[in-house]
Design a protein around this ligand. Structure first.
Ligand SMILES: Cc1cc2nc3c(=O)[nH]c(=O)nc-3n(C[C@H](O)[C@H](O)[C@H](O)COP(=O)(O)OP(=O)(O)OC[C@H]3O[C@@H](n4cnc5c(N)ncnc54)[C@H](O)[C@@H]3O)c2cc1C
Length: 191
C-alpha cells in the first residue's frame, strides 16, 4: 500500500491530524490498535475538562464541530425535555466535571461521522485493531511501516511520504530509532 500520510494512533490527536490532511487532499491511512477511535476521550470514559472560555472562543473549528456534533446527537436521538433540547450549551450528562459530559460511544459515533466523507470516498483508510510493529528507515527518514492486524495476525507494509506518531507515549520513536518524528498530542485543558 502506498499513500501520502500514515498516522499511527486514532485518538483525538490522530483524528485532528487526519481531518486537516484530508481537507488538504492527502491520501491517508490511520492505524488504531483498539477497535475504537477517540483515544483517551472514548476508551477511558473521560469527559473533556476544558478551559472556562471554550463555549465562546479558544477551540479550533474541528473541535468545535465535534462538540456541536455531540450535542446534536443527544438532541436528535435522546428523549430530552424541550427545555434541555433548546439549551445552546446543553450538557448532556449535566455533570460538574465538564461542560460536555457525554457517553464514550457518542464520541466515537460523532468522530466517525466527521471522518465519514473521506472513509466513503476511500481517501482515508482506517485500520482498526492494527498495530505498527516495525519500520523501514533510510538515513533517518522513515520509508514504510509494517502493521499487524491484531485479529488475524496478517501483516502489511505501508509506504508513505510522511508519518505521524499520534500514540500517547510516542511508541514510534524507539521503533524507528529516528531522532524526531512529527508527534501530535491534543489537550483541551487550560494549561
Ligand atoms: C484519566 C485521564 C484524564 C484526562 N483528562 C483530561 C481532560 O479532562 N482534559 C484534557 O484536555 N486532557 C485530559 N487528559 C489528557 C488527555 O486525555 C490527553 O492529552 C489526550 O487525550 C491525548 O490525546 P491524543 O490523541 O494525543 O492521545 P490518546 O487519546 O491517548 O490517543 C492515542 C491513540 O493511539 C492508540 N495507540 C497507542 N499506541 C498505538 C500503536 N502502537 N499503534 C496504533 N495505535 C496506537 C491508542 O489506542 C489511542 O487510541 C486526561 C488523561 C487521562 C489519562
Amino acid at each position: 500500500m502506498k499513500v501520502d500520510l500514515v498516522i499511527a494512533g486514532g485518538g483525538l490527536g490522530g483524528v485532528a491530524a487526519a481531518l486537516a490532511s484530508l481537507r488538504n487532499g492527502l491520501q491517508v491511512v490511520m492505524t488504531e490498535e483498539t477497535d475504537w477511535i477517540g483515544g483517551q476521550l472514548s476508551q477511558q470514559g473521560v469527559p473533556p475538562d476544558e478551559h472556562p472560555w471554550v463555549e465562546s472562543h479558544g477551540a479550533p473549528a474541528s473541535y468545535r464541530a465535534f462538540r456541536n456534533g455531540v450535542r446534536d446527537y443527544y438532541r436528535k436521538y435522546y428523549p430530552l425535555t424541550d427545555a434541555a433540547k433548546n439549551k445552546i450549551h446543553l450538557n448532556p450528562g449535566d455533570g460538574s466535571v465538564s461542560r460536555l459530559c457525554h457517553e464514550p460511544r457518542v464520541a466515537v459515533l460523532v468522530l466517525t461521522e466527521m471522518l465519514a466523507p473521506y472513509l466513503v470516498s476511500g481517501q482515508l483508510q482506517l485500520l482498526l485493531e492494527h498495530k505498527v510493529i516495525s519500520a523501514s528507515v533510510n538515513h533517518d527518514r522513515v520509508r514504510s511501516f509494517e502493521v499487524k492486524n491484531l485479529k488475524t495476525g496478517q501483516k502489511e507494509n505501508i509506504k508513505a511520504d510522511f508519518f505521524v506518531d499520534a500514540t500517547e507515549l510516542g511508541d514510534l520513536l524507539p521503533l524507528t530509532k529516528t531522532e524526531s518524528l512529527a508527534q501530535i498530542c491534543i489537550s483541551t485543558q487550560r494549561g
